[in-house]
Design a protein around this ligand. Structure first.
Ligand code: PNS
Length: 152
């Protein structure tokens, strides 16, 4: 069984995340979309809310499960026996950071392979942090978010 983990903060889930998930969903038997929880950085939206949005957006995929986790992503992958880690790339700045993380993760667990998936070009300017900033300043975030995700 081919199992992958797509980890992230998803604070909140964006159209960019969705484009990555749509690209990889046919490639794996099971994909865990995993919300990384950091007690020192609670984030903007509660984890339960982020989970609900993901469940709603991804309800049509029968091979996707939404989970949250603490600690190292590589440890989660080991526990789930997931040998593939999926990360989205928007630009070369993402690539430099993600390449370093992929190499570090592979040193921690040599069986783990990271797959980089480019987001659709029309979504390359979208990040959760941009969405949060627009939201905080009262702007309309709807064009950055999957249908049904309403920030509050
Ligand atoms: O959406 P983000 O903010 O880019 O997600 C980052 C996340 C949660 C994937 C990353 O911070 C992470 O993997 N955190 C868990 C701790 C860990 O494994 N760090 C990497 C060590 S190489």
């Amino acid at each position: 069984m081919k199992i992958a983990v797509f980890p992230g903060s998803f604070d909140p889930v964006t159209l960019g995340h969705l484009s990555v998930i749509e690209a990889v969903a046919p490639l794996f038997d099971k994909i865990y979309v995993a919300i990384g929880v950091n007690a020192d950085k609670p984030g903007c939206f509660p984890v339960e809310q982020r989970k609900q949005w993901l469940q709603q957006v991804l309800s049509s995929f029968d091979n996707i499960e939404i989970i949250d986790y603490n600690g190292l992503t590589v440890d989660l992958c080991k526990t789930l026996n997931a040998k593939f880690l999926v990360r989205g790339l928007r630009n070369v700045i993402d690539f430099q950071y993600e390449k370093d993380m992929a190499e570090a993760n592979r040193k921690l667990w040599p069986e783990l392979q990271t797959l980089f998936i480019p987001t659709l070009p029309e979504y390359s300017c979208i990040s959760s942090s941009v969405v949060r900033d627009v939201f905080r300043h009262g702007g309309d975030c709807s064009q950055f978010l999957p249908k049904g995700v309403k920030l509050k």
